[in-house]
Ligand binder design. Structure first.
Ligand code: FPP
Length: 247
């Protein structure tokens, strides 16, 4: 499908990706896991560039989950080093990619926090594509924090119980600066969403592929968008209603 003509008027605004399979890719090549992360990082950069070319406005990459803190310290350190070295590369600046980060950032080493903040400051005025890196992130953590925040606001009389609507909850999440994902892609063969954007993916289209993340290149990304474009998003309505609204 790689040469599929994409409909320029139906490019997803927000694509979220679970980049899975780095370790298995490395093992299949007889390499250390860290080599899989290195190749995976290069692919994250290439896919971000492709997203920018196609006009995807938000690309949210599940880079390090809360549960990933249980990995060996050397692997955690290797992931952070690769991430930071890449974020500081000229390619993101050249492509006017804005960086934002979601997650429990207080758990990150201070040096990592400082360098990420510098990248965010440096790219704050860019408006082509925003790359949102989910770091030390889990959706249940995000929802728990938002719930505590809302409870405090009610207790302090800042809002009333009836002010708590679907939209209000969305506004209290870390993702409040962007629309919900139109498309969620998971590479690496597993068919689950592993505590990622649970609230935000209520109406997202899901694509699961067996391809390991280091092999998920620009053609694979375009194929996923082509598949997305063939789906009918109904948001609870009937197919006939959706077709009638297009006319
Ligand atoms: C999942 O593969 C991958 C990770 C936990 C790390 C992903 C991080 C990167 C690719 C760096 C991203 C860089 C930028 C610039 C955003 P796995 O190790 O769980 O693979 P496995 O399931 O095969 O073991």
């Amino acid at each position: 499908m790689a040469n599929f003509e994409l409909d320029k008027n139906n490019i997803p605004t927000h694509v979220a990706i679970i980049m899975d399979g780095n370790g298995r890719w490395a093992k299949a090549q007889g390499m250390e896991r860290s080599m899989g992360h290195a190749k995976g990082t290069e692919m994250a950069r290439r896919i971000t560039e492709e997203a920018t070319r196609l006009g995807v406005k938000y690309l949210t990459l599940y880079t390090f989950s809360t549960e990933n803190w249980n990995r060996p310290p050397a692997e955690i350190a290797a992931i952070f080093t690769l991430l930071l070295d890449n974020l500081e590369e000229e390619v993101f600046i050249k492509n006017k990619v804005r960086l934002r980060v979601i997650g429990d950032l207080g758990r990150l080493p201070e040096e990592v926090q400082r360098r990420i903040q510098a990248c965010m400051d440096h790219t704050a005025d860019y408006d082509r594509t925003t790359m949102v890196v989910a770091l030390s992130y889990s959706s249940r953590w995000e929802l728990t924090e938002a719930t505590k925040q809302i409870a405090r606001q009610v207790k302090e009389g800042k809002i009333k119980e009836e002010d708590i609507t679907d939209e209000y909850i969305s506004s209290q999440l870390q993702t409040n600066f962007m629309p919900d994902p139109d498309l969620l892609i998971r590479t690496g063969g597993e068919k689950r969403i592993s505590n990622y954007l649970l609230w935000q993916c209520a109406y997202s289209e899901f694509i699961f592929t067996d391809t390991y993340w280091p092999d998920f290149d620009e053609a694979c990304f375009r194929d996923a968008i082509a598949e997305y474009q063939q789906r009918q998003r109904r948001f609870g309505k009937t197919g006939d209603q959706v077709e009638a609204e297009k006319k």
